[in-house]
Design a protein around this ligand. Structure first.
Ligand SMILES: [Zn+2]
Length: 312
C-alpha cells in the first residue's frame, strides 16, 4: 500500500480551521478547491508536533475544475508575507484541497508528485509537508461533521508518505491568525492587541470578499511606498474598461479610500477628477460608487448621441 503509518507525528487542528475549510467546501461543491495551511511546528527527539494556526484562501486567480485545482500562488504569498510581519514564527505547513467532488479517496499521483517535489525544495522551510484532503461530504447537523478528512505528512528526504490516524489529530479550541475574520472563541477571549495590522481593519476582509466575487480583475497589492491598494480593470456598461486604483489611507483610526481612474476616456474625464477628491469608508464603497458614476456618465453620453443621431 502506498501510505504508511507513523506514531511520530501529532497534529493540532483548531475547530475554526475546519470551519474555514468546510465553509469553502460548501461553496464549491462541484469543483475542487483548497488553500494553504500555515502554523508552527516543533520537533523533539524525533517527534513532530504540528500546530495549524491559519488557512490562506485559494486567491482571486485560482482555477478550479472537478478534477483539478490551481491556487493563486502570488496572492497567497502576499497574504503570507503580511501575516509574517506580525507573526514571524509562522511557517507554510502545507496545503488542503478537495476530492469529494470527484470521488478519489486518496491523494492523486499528481498530488503526490507535487508535494514530494515541494517538501524537497530548498524554498520550503519546514522539513515536512502537510496535506489535508477532503474526501467525502455528509449531511450532518454538526458543523464539524460536514466532511471526511485525511491527513498526510511528507518528510524531506523520505520517500514514504504517512497518513495520520485519527488519534494523532487533536481538534482543539484555538483562534486562527488567518482568515482575520475568525470569531474569537468565547472560552478563550482574544487578547491580541487591537493595533494588530491584520485585525485592525476587518473592512479589508469584506472588501476582499466583494471585490474578488464581483470585480475579478481588481486585485490587492501592497507596496512600501503606497501601502495597501487595489488595482485592475473595471468593466463598464458599454463593454469598455477603465483602469481603477483604490488606495487605502490607513493613517487614521478608520482607514479611508480614494479611487483614481487611470487615463480615463474623454466621457469620464471630469467625473474622474471629481471622484478622486472623495474619501470612502471602504474599497468596495469606492469601487461601486465609481462604477455607478461611470455608467451614469456613459449612459448620459449615449443618450445625447442617440438624440443627435435621431435628429440627423
Ligand atoms: Zn488532488
Amino acid at each position: 500500500m502506498k501510505f504508511h503509518t507513523t506514531d511520530k507525528v501529532h497534529l493540532f487542528m483548531p475547530k475554526a480551521a475546519l470551519t474555514t475549510v468546510f465553509d469553502e467546501c460548501d461553496e464549491f461543491d462541484r469543483d475542487e478547491t483548497g488553500g494553504r495551511v500555515i502554523g508552527t511546528f516543533e520537533e523533539q527527539r524525533g517527534k513532530l508536533a504540528v500546530r495549524v494556526t491559519g488557512i490562506i484562501e485559494a486567491g482571486p486567480q485560482a482555477r478550479r475544475s472537478a478534477v483539478s485545482f490551481f491556487q493563486d500562488g502570488a496572492y497567497q504569498e502576499q497574504v503570507f508575507r503580511r501575516i509574517e510581519d506580525h507573526h514571524p514564527e509562522i511557517e507554510h505547513l502545507g496545503n488542503w484541497h478537495t476530492h469529494h467532488v470527484n470521488g478519489l479517496q486518496h491523494l492523486s499521483d499528481g498530488d503526490i508528485e507535487t508535494y514530494s517535489r515541494t517538501v524537497n525544495h530548498p524554498n520550503h522551510n519546514a522539513p515536512f509537508f502537510y496535506a489535508l484532503l477532503v474526501t467525502a461530504k455528509h449531511r450532518s447537523s454538526d458543523p464539524l461533521g460536514r466532511y471526511t478528512l485525511k491527513h498526510y505528512i511528507f518528510r524531506r528526504g523520505d520517500e514514504r508518505i504517512y497518513e495520520l490516524r485519527r488519534h494523532q489529530v487533536a481538534v482543539v479550541d484555538a483562534p486562527l491568525i488567518w482568515p482575520a475574520t475568525t470569531k474569537p472563541n468565547h472560552d478563550a477571549p482574544d487578547s491580541r492587541p487591537q493595533s494588530h495590522g491584520l485585525r485592525a481593519n476587518p473592512n479589508r476582509v469584506y472588501d476582499k470578499d466583494i471585490l474578488s466575487e464581483f470585480y475579478r480583475g481588481v486585485r490587492p497589492f501592497s507596496s512600501a511606498k503606497l501601502g495597501m491598494y487595489w488595482r485592475g480593470p473595471l468593466e463598464l456598461l458599454d463593454g469598455s474598461h477603465v483602469e481603477v486604483v483604490l488606495l487605502e489611507d490607513s493613517a487614521a483610526a478608520n482607514p479611508t479610500y480614494t479611487v483614481t481612474l487611470r487615463e480615463p476616456p474623454a466621457a469620464l474625464k471630469s467625473l474622474a477628477e471629481e471622484i478622486a477628491n472623495v474619501e470612502f469608508p471602504s474599497a468596495r464603497a469606492a469601487l461601486i460608487t465609481a462604477e455607478r458614476s461611470c455608467n451614469r456618465a456613459l449612459y448620459r453620453q449615449y443618450g445625447e448621441t442617440r438624440r443627435l443621431d435621431f435628429s440627423a
